[in-house]
Design a protein around this ligand. Structure first.
Ligand SMILES: [Zn+2]
Length: 244
């Protein structure tokens, strides 16, 4: 006789696949979603999960091969950015039309071709600096945790339907997708803007590119532009430039 298995008990399978599992969610989820929500994630947990989620997301997206014009351009404009503020960076382009980019705590930086079509080299560097700011300032922690718990629960449900092992990778890709689509708070955006400004100055890039980038982006939604509206943020960057 078959007993129906509850999704939550199986959710641990998401991270039980393979030896490089980032977090042992099994215990927390087995004890119920409440315990899972209370799960604390260390910086190392976040880094490892990011590593796995990024690798899975790369498989789901059209990564520009070496020699592709976007890959060549990104490699050129990020020359000298191997190690930033303690994070070892690795860059790739996704050949998609979206105007987007993201950075994870493990140094996974992905720039979308749609953004590259729209932006100058320094504007792209400005976006990269801003995104690294989110990772470096710890903003990514809560986002990762939410994504992990959401996808772990879904994985559990799917596993109960009999497709467990195979789905794990796609759910990890889903963690990355949720992460990429997550909105940051106004306070976090402002802090990441300030980080991006310091990043530009430190590397002797033109900080005005942050201002022009904001002017190119839509006021609401999408990349770097949740709240406050882009014109306000452009103004703040202009003030930072004036003050030096
Ligand atoms: Zn942002």
């Amino acid at each position: 006789m078959k007993f129906p298995r509850t999704p939550l008990m199986l959710a641990g399978a998401l991270f039980a696949v393979g030896s490089a599992s980032a977090i042992d969610l099994g215990n927390a989820l087995g004890a119920g979603m409440g315990a899972a929500k209370g799960l604390t994630l260390s910086d190392e947990d976040i880094r490892k999960t990011s590593e796995e989620a990024c690798a899975a997301y790369d498989k789901q997206n059209p990564v520009a091969p070496a020699g592709n014009k976007y890959a060549v351009r990104l490699a050129k404009l990020t020359q000298g950015l191997e190690n930033e503020d303690g994070i070892r960076l690795n860059f790739k382009v996704y050949l998609v039309k979206d105007v987007n980019a993201f950075a994870m705590a493990n140094g996974c930086v992905r720039v979308f071709a749609g953004l590259m079509d729209l932006a100058t080299d320094d504007e792209i560097r400005g976006v990269i600096g801003h995104e690294i700011g989110h990772a470096k300032l710890g903003h990514t922690k809560a986002k990762m945790k939410t994504a992990i718990l959401t996808r772990a629960a879904r994985q559990g449900a799917a596993a109960a339907g009999g497709k467990g092992g195979q789905l794990a990778a796609s759910e990890l890709g889903g963690v990355a997708e949720d992460f990429v689509n997550a909105q940051f708070s106004q306070k976090e955006e402002s802090a990441a803007d300030a980080y991006g400004y310091r990043f530009m100055v430190k590397h002797k890039y033109d900080p005005n590119a942050l201002v022009t980038m904001f002017k190119k982006l839509p006021g609401k939604g999408g990349l770097m532009s949740s709240h406050p509206a882009s014109p306000d943020r452009a103004k703040k960057i202009e003030e930072m430039i004036k003050k030096g």
